[in-house]
Design a protein around this ligand. Structure first.
Ligand code: DX5
Ligand code: ZN
Length: 218
């Protein structure tokens, strides 16, 4: 499968959000990555449903919402109403993760498990068959523009190996500090979806940055 590129809209210019959504629509990108932060699970607040719905109305590609919030079950139904296709919750925020993943799937979305950098891949062993994708955080969640944590590469390989036996259709998404230097290594380790914020939106030509990432990976 070709690697999917998911620009993180956290790094977009919210003063011209429609133009940045349009850029993604017209670029080689595959997915819109939406970072939802509540100021409790992570030390930052991002944006909520008015912004998600505005992006959803303009987007011509699937939406991937990454919930960095406590008690994500409360909002699963609402994200389905917003037209989200991929919904990930943090393993660290879910007491009954199996139930939460079922809830997401029952609402017609792909269910993802996000892991903080300190959370070992081994925790996924029993739950992996119940997930459609795993999101490996390669920075501490909360902010864009941070430095990639190198140990994420080995974590991706470990999850890929585990998935061969337990969940052959599992997609692995990597999020945080992704750029054109580490992208080939991430794909080699087993990543299917590359999220990139700063390395796309902080360049003079974001569409060109997307094209470059996509060409490196496919
Ligand atoms: C961080 C978010 C990321 C972030 C990625 O908490 O989950 O999606 O926006 O941004 P970069 O690519 O700049 O690290
Ligand atoms: Zn994210």
């Amino acid at each position: 499968m070709a690697t999917l590129i998911a620009p993180s809209m956290l790094s977009a210019d919210f003063g011209k959000l429609a133009a940045d959504v349009q850029m993604v629509n017209e670029s080689d990108a595959d997915i819109f990555h939406l970072d939802i932060m509540d100021g409790l699970f992570v030390p930052n607040i991002s944006y909520g449903f008015p912004v998600v719905d505005a992006i959803s109305r303009l987007a011509k590609k699937p939406l991937d919402a990454h919930l960095m919030i406590v008690d994500p079950d409360r909002y699963v139904e609402r994200f389905a109403q917003s037209g989200v296709k991929y919904l990930s919750v943090h393993i660290e925020a879910c007491t009954h993760l199996h139930r939460t993943l079922q809830n997401i799937r029952e609402r017609g979305m792909k269910a993802g498990i996000a892991l903080n950098p300190h959370t070992p891949a081994s925790l996924l062993k029993d739950i992996l068959p119940d997930a459609d994708f795993v999101l490996v955080m390669s920075v501490n969640p909360g902010f864009g523009g941070q430095k990639f944590i190198e140990s994420s590469l080995e974590k991706i390989s470990d999850i890929r190996e585990m998935a061969l036996k337990r969940a052959p259709h599992l997609l692995i998404e990597v999020d945080g500090g992704v750029n054109k230097e580490n992208a080939p290594l991430l794909v080699k380790a087993g990543a299917d979806i590359l999220v990139a914020g700063n390395s796309i939106f902080s360049t003079p030509s974001p569409a060109e940055a997307v094209r470059e990432l996509k060409s490196i990976c496919c």
